[in-house]
Design a protein. Structure first.
Length: 285
């Protein structure tokens, strides 16, 4: 199924996308459905064009993301290839304030002039997972969506920087935390419709020009490995999201960044196209 969260008649509702209509099945976002609520027949069918599509999950408990999970992305910036035998996933967290949905307007933060894109497969946890072995990890996945890890590649924080390596690391990390920097959508596809999450094309365009073209087969750490590894560090709960890394083609490698008016479209095979509209920061700050 393709599940959506939307705003209709002033209320947040969720439902099943069926062609150009949404069969409404409840109020609020999809949290209850992901946590195991029974999906009943929609009492009302609403034209898709009559609603505003929101992120499937508006406030996930955790948004985990994975750095350096595609070899060509690692090497495009000049780093050495990662040794797949000894490498472990490089996890970081994004706040729930980074979540927006399809066709959202995202302001370029005032603290950066280098705002970048990263198309990513988003994984939504459906069953509580702690210390789960790799071979059982996909049993804990509810579904998948298209994601975009928007990233500030530089931060203008005021004053001189001390030049320490840890300062550079935290500048990179804090550049992942900005409001609106994790678009997810346009809908959530249940896991039964994605027989192999390691065989999905991943593309991204800016103003119609293709910038990224890859496949989840090229991940260094598979979805199952990421779920398993993450569950060794923390309990994963229904509704938690894992962004699984991005293929080559990000803007920082060519000094090409996003500007007001740009339209970014990330698309993953079978999961839909996720549009983000880049706008200038508000005059009131």
């Amino acid at each position: 199924m393709r599940l959506v969260t939307c705003e209709h008649r002033g209320a947040v509702r969720h439902g099943v996308l069926d062609g150009d209509e949404i069969a409404v099945i409840g109020e609020g976002d999809l949290s209850a459905v992901v946590a195991g609520a029974v999906i009943r027949t929609g009492a009302e069918r609403v034209p898709r064009g009559d609603v505003r599509i929101l992120a499937p999950l508006l406030s996930p408990g955790k948004v985990l993301a994975v750095a350096a999970n595609y070899q060509e992305h690692v090497t495009e910036s000049g780093s050495n290839p990662r040794d797949v035998v000894t490498a472990s996933p490089r996890l970081f967290l994004k706040p729930d304030t980074s979540i927006v949905g399809d066709d959202a307007e995202v302001e370029i933060p005032r603290i950066t002039e280098e705002f970048d894109w990263e198309a990513e497969l988003a994984v939504v946890i459906g069953r509580t997972a702690f210390d789960v072995p790799v071979e059982e990890a996909l049993d804990h996945v509810f579904g998948y969506a298209t994601g975009n890890d928007l990233s500030a590649r530089s931060l203008a924080l005021g004053g001189a920087r001390d030049g320490e390596a840890w300062t550079g690391f935290f500048d990179w990390l804090e550049g992942k935390w900005l409001d609106g920097s994790a678009p997810i959508g346009p809908y959530l596809v249940t896991a039964d419709e994605v027989p192999d999450p390691q065989d999905l094309s991943v593309t991204l365009s800016v103003n119609g020009e293709t910038r990224q073209s890859g496949n989840t087969a090229d991940m260094i750490h598979s979805v199952a490995e990421l779920v398993s590894f993450s569950s060794r560090l923390m309990t994963l709960r229904p509704g938690d999201v894992i962004l699984t890394g991005t293929p080559a083609g990000v803007g920082v490698t060519t000094g090409t960044f996003l500007h007001p008016g740009d339209v970014v479209v990330a698309e993953i095979e079978g999961l839909g196209a996720l549009t983000t509209r880049i706008v200038a920061p508000r005059a009131d700050g």
